[in-house]
Design a protein around this ligand. Structure first.
Ligand code: VL7
Length: 134
């Protein structure tokens, strides 16, 4: 039975989000606001189809994709750079490569116990987020 990421998840830790945002070129004022946020993720997984809705009091971001199918990602409200994104399985990990102007950009989701983990990568920066089921 495949791993199921579906559910509503609340951020409980956010290591080096500042470094990740700086690598993305997010301005100082926006970073100061963004790093105070405790975003929530609502994930819907239906076979190969996913939606990941990240919400906060400041900005929201909605992503929909199919495993193995490259798509245009606009990162609207984040850094607004367009990427060619591709999400695949690596065993029970969900890996996204975001090809574009920024080197080494992407993310990985996995489950550990009852927690949802997310690693966000851009250039030489890695942000590590942990979420708990709401
Ligand atoms: C999405 C933020 C920093 C701008 C606002 C911060 C608002 C809430 O891509 C992401 O998740 C994937 C995997 O779950 C699905 O899209 C992370 C947040 C990254 C980057 C940019 C700061 C301004 C945060 C939307």
């Amino acid at each position: 039975m495949p791993v199921d990421f579906s559910g509503t998840w609340n951020l409980v830790s956010n290591d080096n989000f500042e470094g990740y945002m700086t690598a993305l070129g997010i301005d100082f004022a926006t970073r100061k606001i963004a790093k105070m946020l405790k975003p929530q993720k609502v994930i819907k997984q239906d076979g190969d189809l996913f939606s990941i809705h990240t919400t906060s009091t400041f900005r929201d971001y909605m992503l929909q994709f199919k495993i193995g199918e490259e798509f245009e990602e606009d990162n609207k409200g984040l850094d607004n750079r367009k990427c060619k994104s591709l999400v695949t399985w690596d065993n029970d990990k969900l890996i996204c490569v975001q090809a574009g102007e920024k080197k080494n950009r992407g993310w990985t989701h996995w489950l550990e116990g009852d927690d949802l983990h997310l690693e966000l990568r851009c250039e030489n920066q890695v942000c590590k987020q942990v979420f708990k089921k709401a």
